[in-house]
Every structure is written in structure tokens, then in C-alpha cells.
Design a protein. Structure first.
Length: 317
């Protein structure tokens, strides 16, 4: 989103830098609520549009622009979540949240003139445990109101009195929504795997995949592992999750045989070790993993090119 311009900005209004400076916070909120960077950008755009649609005197009367913007962004996202659920029910295949790179591993896009292009919105997303793929997938199982109440309270530390203004329910009801959401998260949570072990396991998985070693892949996968792929109907992908270690291993080897020029890169995906597959230098798949007791329990492979915009230029190895 471009920086909003304000013709005839009045000094009685909140400082422009303060208002625009909330964009990072709003994008972080929107991405966690919607699971999509593109939709988060739309939500932020709409939030700023509503701010600047107010007369200058009304903007000047707002005591906390940040709180106002967050409240409105929450409401916008709540509305978007309702319509998104309908769209995702009609989605071709499995809908997987949009993966995000770690920009320390990925080069910034350059303009034709050699200067830096405007910062990618993905750069503004804080990569912590509230954006790992397993967590985002659990959020998808929540009702829109549960998701908003939970994220605002447990991730962004907003009091239930303020959340009530966003959700349109009483503080007590919002507390119950967050409790229900928290219960879902606890039920899905798996024991943490040390970061070094995560990276080592993903590396072993990559090497077994490159070697087309079905036995090694099966040994690295949990017997009840599942793999879901998101092509969005735009590229080839399995429409239903593949279940079981042997079937997943066979499927991965089948893919490798069909694309002999595929290059696998170890990259951080939503804050944890993952893999990026490139063909002729173009990113075609981003894979996120959930590990349980030293094995791969779940794989989420995003192939929809509309979700791979932040992964379009390879950075330093």
C-alpha cells in the first residue's frame, strides 16, 4: 500500500508519521487474522481509507490513532474472515495459509534503475511462533470471532474490554471466545523440537528427497504423516491430503522424477526450517513442516503462484 497522502493536512490532526507508523502493526495483525499477506494488505488499505474518510476535526478528536486503527482493522478482518470462509469452501483443493520468507535469507527486489524498490510487505511481518504454519492452520479451524478475540488478546495483549468493541460482543463473551480458541490451540500443540534438530531433520529430508530414496523418506516420516498441497487450481497439485509415510514418500519421488531440474533450498518458512523448490530459478513450491518426536508429521506444500510473490527472487545461499 502506498503511503496515504493528505491534502491540506491540519496541524490539529494526529501527526502523519504516527498514523502511517502503525502500518507494521496492522499488517502483523491482518496476516495473523487472515492467513494471507495479500488479504492483510487489503485490510490495511481499507482501514486507512476509513481513517482519511473522516473529516479532519474527527481525526483530531481521536485520542489514540493506533487504537482506533487497530479496532477498525480488527472489524475489517472480521468481515473478511466471514466471506473468506465461503470462498475457501469453494477453493480448488486444499487452502493453505500464505507462507512467508525470512528476508535475511532472501534478497530484496531491485528496481530497474538499480535502487531499492519499496519494501515488500512481507518484510514487515514479525516471524514468531504465532505465524508458524502449524499455528496458522489451527487458526483456520476457529470461527471468525474466536480467531479475532484470541489473536487480539493472546498475541497482541489487548484487553477484553477493547476487543468487545471489535467483535461486537460483551467482554465476558470475548473472554469465552478466547478460551475456546485457546483450547483448540492446546489440543493441536505438539512438543517443541529444538531449532537445531528441526534444521537437521529438514536437511536429511531434503537429501533423501534429492536421492529419491523412498526408504530414507519413510524413516524420516511419522507413519501417520499427512501432506497437503495448495495449487489453487492454477498449477498441478493433489486435491486431497496424502496420508501415510510410504504414500507420501512415493509421491515425492514421483514429483522428483517428473521434474529432474528441480532445485531444493533450505530456507526459513514462517520462522521455522522449511524447503523451497525452484525450477529454472523460479520458486514453484514452498514446503513447511511440523515435526513430532523427531519425525516429520505434517507437510504443507504451497504451489499456488499467487501465494509465492514474496519468494520470487533468490537471495544469498
Amino acid at each position: 500500500m502506498s503511503t496515504p497522502t493528505v491534502p491540506g493536512h491540519d496541524r490539529s490532526e494526529p501527526d502523519l508519521s504516527v498514523v502511517v507508523g502503525e502500518r507494521r502493526q496492522l499488517l502483523n495483525l491482518g496476516y495473523r487474522l487472515l492467513g494471507s499477506l495479500a488479504e492483510a494488505e487489503d485490510a490495511v488499505q481499507e482501514t486507512y481509507a476509513r481513517w482519511y474518510a473522516m473529516p479532519p476535526e474527527r481525526r483530531g478528536a481521536v485520542e489514540s490513532p493506533g487504537a482506533w486503527l487497530t479496532t477498525v482493522a480488527g472489524r475489517v478482518c472480521l468481515d473478511m474472515l466471514g466471506s473468506a470462509r465461503v470462498r475457501r469452501e469453494r477453493y480448488v483443493g486444499t487452502w493453505i495459509p500464505e507462507p512467508l520468507p525470512d528476508r535475511a535469507e532472501w534478497s530484496s527486489v531491485r528496481t530497474d534503475g538499480g535502487g531499492s524498490a519499496p519494501a515488500d510487505p512481507a518484510d514487515r511481518i514479525t516471524l514468531d511462533e504465532s505465524v508458524n504454519m502449524a499455528f496458522l492452520v489451527v487458526l483456520e479451524s476457529m470461527t471468525p470471532a474466536e480467531r479475532v478475540a484470541f489473536i487480539l488478546h493472546d498475541v497482541f495483549r489487548y484487553p477484553f474490554g477493547e476487543i468487545a468493541d471489535v467483535v461486537g460482543r460483551s467482554p465476558a463473551a470475548c473472554r469465552q471466545l478466547a478460551t475456546s480458541a485457546r483450547r483448540r490451540v492446546r489440543a493441536a500443540r505438539t512438543p517443541a523440537v529444538p531449532a537445531a534438530r528441526q534444521a537437521a531433520l529438514v536437511r536429511e529430508f531434503k537429501e533423501a528427497w534429492e536421492a529419491r530414496n523412498i526408504k530414507a523418506l519413510v524413516d524420516l516420516l511419522d507413519p501417520d504423516a499427512t501432506m497437503a498441497a495448495d495449487g489453487g487450481g492454477l498449477v498441478g497439485a493433489v486435491l486431497r491430503p496424502v496420508e501415510g509415510s510410504r504414500l507420501i514418500a512415493q509421491y515425492l519421488v514421483h514429483i522428483a522424477d517428473k521434474a529432474p531440474g528441480l532445485t531444493l533450498l533450505e530456507r526459513t518458512v514462517n520462522g521455522v526450517p522449511g524447503l523451497v523448490a525452484q525450477n529454472a530459478g523460479a520458486t514453484v513450491t514452498v514446503a513447511a513442516f511440523e515435526l513430532v518426536e523427531g519425525r516429520v508429521a505434517r507437510i504443507w506444500a504451497v504451489r499456488n503462484p499467487e501465494k509465492l510473490r514474496p519468494w520470487t527472487e533468490e537471495g544469498p545461499s
